[in-house]
Design a protein around this ligand. Structure first.
Ligand code: ATR
Length: 277
């Protein structure tokens, strides 16, 4: 039988850890596959995806900045991709049509559960209202958590809160400037501020040693948000490397109908991280 072909599409893509993660899943499960990284551009994205699948590709991951474009491109959407408004995983169906899914939210949820950061009724502050934030709202709400969303541009947080409240969910929005008297069990940074070496300008006093802090991004050193958390005395803090491995595992499950074990893979990735310069 021919080896199944998978790939990740994004820009930039050189430093993607997905090929390495899927190679480990393949070794662990005995499912032979190839997994490559493809650099693409906004103009060429649709063509690249279509040509990958018409040449026998079985599945693709989509990363920054193409998740919304992938959402528009696919023929069918899973419920969670539809709610997220973004697609990070594409699977070709038997009839050749493309199914779009989103495993980012379930990936985050698995990771924060593993870390013991979340329980039903946990009070969570979600910072950010872009595609990344939107993708994780539904999984967090599914646990019965109390979710408060905030964003630098407050109207975007309000809009998201409205969309999910209309579905009967327990979510509210609060402006950065009105946060100072609030306290949270968990604060999740889902902004892209770290990419610019910046920190969202929330009142820093809302972060204390009893607040767990999670940054959905990761880098070799602590992200700026996690450095701040550490300065504020936070004990429980984590970056998004675990989420990356978990979302990859759920993509692997969608494609191959086998759920790989993630903890050993995360351990290897954590050790190798400093070598991926
Ligand atoms: P993504 O799909 O990665 O979420 P996006 O849709 O461009 O990307 O959204 C980026 C998010 O990061 C937004 O919530 C953005 O805030 P604005 O809506 O005000 O632009 C947030 N963000 C980016 N840089 C930030 C910074 N320095 N401080 C606070 N928030 C920031």
């Amino acid at each position: 039988m021919q080896m199944k072909q998978f790939a990740v599409f994004g820009n930039p893509i050189k430093h993607s850890k997905s090929p390495r993660i899927h190679k480990m899943f393949s070794e662990q499960t005995g499912i032979a596959l190839s997994y490559n990284a493809h650099l693409t551009s906004t103009d060429n994205f649709d063509k690249s995806i279509k040509s990958f699948f018409s040449c026998g590709g079985s599945g693709a991951n989509i990363t920054i900045p193409f998740k919304e474009q992938a959402y528009k491109l696919v023929d069918e959407l899973s419920e969670r991709a539809s709610l997220a408004g973004a697609v990070n995983t594409i699977k070709v169906l038997r009839d050749g049509r493309l199914l779009g899914d989103n495993t980012d939210g379930i990936g985050l949820l698995s990771d924060i559960k593993r870390l013991g950061m979340v329980f039903p009724k946990t009070k969570i502050l979600l910072i950010g209202a872009g595609g990344a934030a939107r993708g994780i709202i539904q999984p967090l709400l599914s646990l019965g958590c109390e979710l408060i969303i905030t964003n630098r541009t407050y109207t975007r947080a309000q809009e998201l809160s409205k969309i999910f409240s209309a579905l009967g969910k327990k979510i509210t929005s609060v402006d950065f400037s009105k946060l100072q008297d609030e306290r949270f069990d968990l604060i999740i940074n889902a902004t892209s501020s770290g990419i610019y070496n910046e920190i969202p300008q929330i009142p820093f006093e809302i972060i204390n040693k009893n607040t767990a802090c999670y940054d959905i991004f990761y880098q070799e050193r602590l992200t700026p948000f996690l450095s701040l958390a550490k300065t504020q005395g936070v004990i429980q803090l984590a970056d998004g490397l675990g989420m990356l491995v978990e979302q990859a595992a759920y993509s692997f499950l969608l494609w191959n109908e086998v759920m790989p074990a993630t903890s050993s893979v995360l351990e290897v990735m954590r050790k190798e991280c400093t070598q991926f310069t």
